[in-house]
Design a protein around this ligand. Structure first.
Ligand SMILES: [Mg+2]
Length: 249
């Protein structure tokens, strides 16, 4: 990482912290929180979390004071506290209610209420996957919501935005404007961000096993990411341990 040239965009779940059965049970170490704040300072505020989670939820994990794009690009906040969020679609209330009813029909299903979205997690009820997808697809059609697939979950949210639009939006603003974006993410929802970053001359880093991706670099997992961030903070070593993946396949 080049502290004079780069802007750092980081997915949260599966990138900075390990995925958990319950989204509220993820473990965030003090060391990670300290590292992120120190990196943000070193980058003059050019570090932003880019997450499907709401910003207020990220703040609950110790991220207050960092820039963030939350709810898959439906809201953002700069390190100085300036913020913007899109209006909540009317159909989301119905979708949330139906997801909550559905989640009560089987053990292991989990409904997650979000300010600008509604998610169904079936990690602990894999047999309900198809039914969850069917319901989500129907609700998305009926209420003109965006249907988003993630790790063992499906989500309905504000249409017209994604992690790519979120990063592009932040790159228009100070302190990010004019700097080279680096984006780390693990999920299919991060591919929009990878595309946006590579298209603007930046670097996309896939976290996890190799797969078809728009990212040109890869780190093996959450531990490798945490190590890379800590090492970057301590030195100016270019690119750390990220290996080239050979580009899009
Ligand atoms: Mg993730």
């Amino acid at each position: 990482m080049d502290f004079g040239r780069d802007a750092l965009f980081l997915d949260f779940d599966g990138t900075l912290v390990e995925l958990c059965d319950r989204p509220d049970a993820v473990q965030v170490s003090e060391r990670l929180i300290e590292t992120l704040h120190a990196l943000s300072e070193r980058l003059d505020g050019r570090l932003a979390l880019v997450s499907g989670r709401a910003i207020e939820v990220l703040d609950g994990f110790g991220m207050i004071g960092l820039a963030a794009a939350g709810s898959h690009g439906s809201e953002w906040r700069l390190a100085n506290g300036e913020r913007k969020y899109l209006p909540r679609p009317a159909g989301l209330d119905v979708a949330q209610q139906q997801f909550a009813v559905f989640a009560d029909t089987a053990d292991g299903l989990l409904f997650e209420d979000k300010p600008l979205g509604a998610a169904l997690h079936y990690r602990r009820a894999p047999g309900m996957r198809d039914a969850a997808h069917d319901l989500a697809r129907q609700l998305a059609d009926d209420h003109k919501l965006h249907l988003q697939h993630g790790h063992d979950m499906v989500e309905l949210r504000v249409p017209g935005v994604d992690k790519g639009t979120a990063i592009c939006e932040l790159l228009k603003l100070r302190p990010f404007a004019g700097f080279r974006p680096i984006f780390l993410g693990d999920d299919v929802t991060d591919e929009d961000g990878f595309e946006a970053v590579e298209a603007s001359g930046g670097k996309a880093i896939l976290v996890g096993e190799p797969r078809d991706t728009h990212a040109s670099y890869r780190l093996s997992g959450v531990s490798a990411v945490n190590e890379w961030l800590a090492q970057s903070l301590q030195s100016q070593a270019p690119e750390g341990a990220a290996r080239k993946t050979g580009g899009m396949q």
